[in-house]
Write a protein that binds this ligand. Structure first.
Ligand SMILES: [Zn+2]
Length: 380
């Protein structure tokens, strides 16, 4: 055991077997395992060399020079007194601590630096309710739509990635089958040439960038058109229950997180503020009479069953969201059931106020408009 060679032989089962007593192979195995385990534990993990994707530089470690109207950065490397000169595309003044990010795929570097954001004067326009949709990015409470082509792009991207995923699944199956049959070479070949990650990652990244661009444009349009002091939306980062698999896939396509990030960032950068409100029943409630019923909404159309008020469904939702901002009872985390009870109570209170005789009648005498019947309609 003292010599490493002897230890290695012991753990591999290559050591000489003693002749004056017998040890069966089954008895040797646990000893070998024990030895191997102990050695591995003692040795610890081996150091691994990783290629860092980014590194920090302080002001002494780089220099910015301009030559023939082009900006260059001279970066300190591992060789003393020798700096790497890299041309830059921009001409922004760079100073202080920076972070250099290596973009292996596009064979370029990015220089990240800190800059002070100029505080924008606060926007003074009215509060703007925004309903995030699947077809367009936003519909506001006036019925304006922003980012109209968004749904189509989202659909195309989703379709493309879905098709790709299906094809890849088939190839995964093929590789698995080949492996099960012992055809390792084939399995390896499929994994290497048909199931690589680089191209897929590139497609994903590009899609994400395109979606982010469209969302940016839409938020900019809202800010330009309405100059809202507050933008009222539902919680954008969580995903509600979608009606179909297709819609659910569309929405799950990172959109919500991009949407949230962009709206928050751009609102604060442009002197507006974003506020989240409770979205429960905002797409089913009539903004005129307060009647809540699922049947009020039919796809894009909203028509109140009770007062016949008709409008675009997304606009109704945006209006209701806007009204929720200053709601004295419904807060962001009020449970859905509680919201329903509150809305029901308000509706009946209004009904009694507008029509004092109604409470005295029985449900049979007033058809379709009685209090209890309505209550049932709301609860169902
Ligand atoms: Zn109504």
């Amino acid at each position: 055991m003292k010599s490493p060679l002897r230890q290695a032989q012991l753990s591999c089962g290559l050591a000489d077997i003693p002749t004056h007593f017998v040890i069966s192979n089954a008895d040797q195995q646990p000893v070998r395992n024990y030895l191997r385990r102990t050695t591995r534990r003692q040795r610890g993990t081996r150091p691994r060399v990783k290629i860092a994707r980014s590194m920090a530089f302080d002001a002494c470690m780089y220099e910015i020079v301009t030559h023939n109207g082009r900006q260059y950065i001279k970066l300190m490397g591992l060789k003393p007194r020798q700096r790497m000169v890299i041309p830059l595309t921009g001409s922004t003044p760079i100073r202080g601590n920076i972070r250099v990010v290596l973009d292996f795929e596009n064979e370029r570097i990015e220089v990240h630096y800190t800059a002070t954001v100029k505080a924008m004067p606060r926007l003074t326009g009215e509060v703007c309710g925004l309903d995030a949709g699947v077809r367009e990015v936003f519909t506001d409470d006036l019925g304006n739509q922003y980012g109209v082509g968004f749904g189509q792009t989202l659909g195309e991207i989703s379709q493309k990635l879905n098709d790709k995923g299906r094809k890849r699944n088939k190839l995964h199956q093929l590789a698995k089958k080949a492996q099960a049959k012992g055809n390792w070479r084939k399995a390896k070949r499929i994994k290497k040439f048909n199931l690589g990650q680089q191209k897929l990652n590139r497609t994903r990244r590009k899609s994400r960038a395109e979606l982010a661009r469209q969302i940016n444009t839409a938020v900019n349009q809202v800010l330009k058109k309405r100059h809202p002091s507050v933008m009222v939306t539902e919680k954008l980062d969580i995903r509600g229950k979608a009606k179909s698999k297709r819609v659910s896939r569309l929405v799950s396509l990172w959109t919500r997180s991009i949407l949230k990030d962009r709206v928050e960032f751009m609102a604060s950068a442009r002197g507006s503020r974003r506020e989240q409100v409770n979205p429960a029943y905002s797409s089913q409630m009539c903004p005129i009479c307060g009647y809540v019923q699922r049947d009020n909404r039919n796809g894009d159309m909203f028509q109140c069953i009770r007062c016949k008020h008709a409008d675009h469904a997304d606009r109704v939702a945006a209006k209701n969201l806007k009204a929720r901002k200053d709601d004295p009872e419904i807060f962001l985390y009020t449970p859905k059931e509680r919201v329903k009870a509150i809305l029901l109570a308000r509706f009946t209170a209004r009904l009694e106020r507008d029509n004092p005789t109604v409470s005295g009648r029985t449900p049979d005498t007033v058809s379709g408009q009685s209090e209890s019947e309505t209550a049932q309609a709301i609860l169902c």
